[in-house]
Ligand binder design. Sequence first.
Ligand SMILES: Nc1ncnc2c1ncn2[C@@H]1O[C@H](COP(=O)(O)OP(=O)(O)OP(=O)(O)O)[C@@H](O)[C@H]1O
Ligand SMILES: [Mg+2]
Length: 443
Amino acid sequence: MQPHWWRTLAYLLGLLVLSLILWLAVDALAGLLALCFGLALQLTHHLRQLMRFEAWLASPTQPVPESGGLWGDVLHKVAQVIQAHRDDRARSHADLEQMLHAARLLPDGVVILDAQHRIVWFNQAAQGQLGLKDKRDLGQFIGYIVRNAAFNAWLTGAREGAFTMPAAGDSNRTLTLQWVPLPRAQKMLLCHDITELARVDAMRRDFVANVSHELRTPITVIVGFLEAFADMEQPDPRQFKNHIQLMREQSDRIRRLVDDLLTLARLEADADTQPEPVDVPTLVRSLLREAETLSGGRHRIGLEVDSDAGILGNPKEIHSALGNLVSNAVRYTPSGGQITLRWRNTPSGGAEFSVTDTGEGIEAQHIPRLTERFYRVDRGRSRATGGTGLGLAIVKHVLQRHQARLRVESTVGRGSTFTAVFPAERIIPAASATPQPPEQAAA
Ligand SMILES: Nc1ncnc2c1ncn2[C@@H]1O[C@H](COP(=O)(O)OP(=O)(O)OP(=O)(O)O)[C@@H](O)[C@H]1O
Ligand SMILES: [Mg+2]
């Protein structure tokens, strides 16, 4: 028991003993009067303390009133409990604020709805995605803001699972929505922007469709000839040879397509390889010989090497990328045209390899799309020259892996210049670049 309890007990015992003595020594009335007086004193003291306690409880943020004894103990303990409770509340409030702050900044939209689908709270992302206005829309029925009958039907539970719809004010963006039930019949609406996913999915579908389409044509030709052979009783040897030749060309086409697809897949999957010095002046001289072989004397082909710089990179990939630009120039320039290969320094400390031709040129609207897979300005013409439409996609990938970029300038009827621009950090002095034997460097 606390000392203050002992003191109160001792007071009451003392009062009892004193009253008893007075009872015995004087008379019963004196004893009773003394007892009543003593009890009244004690009661008055406790009533006063109780009133002070009640006054303090009305505003417990004030300092605890000074009270000794039993009341001092009680007040002190109550003050401790109140303070602990207040600390708990402050902590919970801080935690809640922190959670709300995080929820406000979530990249996904979050909206809390009450049982009648009125907006209780929403975050920043939801404002943009659903077109909600800060504060103004709080308490509004969400169906008045998101004016989409299917959305409202889904929200009221008539439709199960996720719901997909265009974002407010931007029909090019696609949202997928889900809701989860909260206590008191509230709902948490979650909105996720899947535009990027949908774009990647569309790209994947396009890619599969393109590959299938590219493979179908040569396979149809080969199958057609095989069926014709099967029906022939006595094949004409000249016609037979001619058909075999056509079948060989189509098989070559399939092989080239598969090779290019594998190259692209490897470029996408491989982590960057350890860069090696590439002797570009030697490489472009070997590209000149390759161009002459491919041209077979149909073009005038020139070479200007104004820089002896080399680059740090993957020799096979660089050869394949620059070789693609050269082979395009030969394939898309009519006989008698001029093709010039150049290697020179750039004012910013880098270097660039360019191929200029006097071919038919490319219309401006096609230029930004040239590096897309399977993109060809003139499908028929590109196919006729054996093109798969993957060459410049490979070039773009390779250059990106070397922090380099592709620049295309072209004028219809006059010709084109394709330039691979390498940044200063990839350039090395000529002496450090070891020559790459062409056959080893070829992709
Ligand atoms: N020097 C050029 N002059 C005119 N058009 C060009 C030139 N280089 C490329 N093109 C156009 O860009 C398209 C895409 O070129 P890309 O190299 O990616 O594919 P491709 O040459 O058709 O096939 P691949 O290179 O895979 O065998 C070509 O089909 C052609 O229409
Ligand atoms: Mg090409």
